[in-house]
Design a protein. Structure first.
Length: 127
């Protein structure tokens, strides 16, 4: 096997090892996107949002959610790097276990923030 074929094989296997974990980070990011809307709403003064149309106010709120969502998106992808770089099956299993624990914790925290924020907004705000 030539050096080029060896490099292509290693890169291809690394991409294959990272594809499924990459796809599993999207639900985590979506949960945090929904969770960050309510706290972001309270960074605006009521006069700022009242002066805008409903669509412009919604766009302003959603635009400010980009920062926390981008941070979670990057953090959720960091545990993938060791999984992609290792070729040892034993170390790969350890990295996969750490990845799933990390994703579960970040997903759970996002779900708690989301349920707490939206629940508080729907049940108690404005009453």
């Amino acid at each position: 096997m030539s050096r080029f074929e060896d490099v292509v094989l290693r890169v291809g296997s690394g991409i294959f090892r990272g594809l499924a974990p990459h796809l599993l980070t999207y639900p985590v990011t979506i949960v945090w996107a929904l969770a960050s809307i309510v706290p972001t709403m309270f960074t605006f003064r009521p006069a700022d949002l009242g002066a805008k149309t409903e669509a412009a106010a919604a766009n302003a709120i959603l635009f400010r959610t980009i920062v926390p969502v981008a941070i979670v998106f990057v953090l959720a992808h960091l545990p993938i790097i060791p999984m992609v770089l290792t070729e040892d099956p034993v170390r790969g299993a350890v990295h996969r276990r750490r990845f799933f624990w990390f994703q579960g914790i970040v997903f759970g925290l996002g779900a708690l923030v989301m349920v707490g924020g939206w629940g508080w907004l729907l049940l108690f705000y404005g009453k």
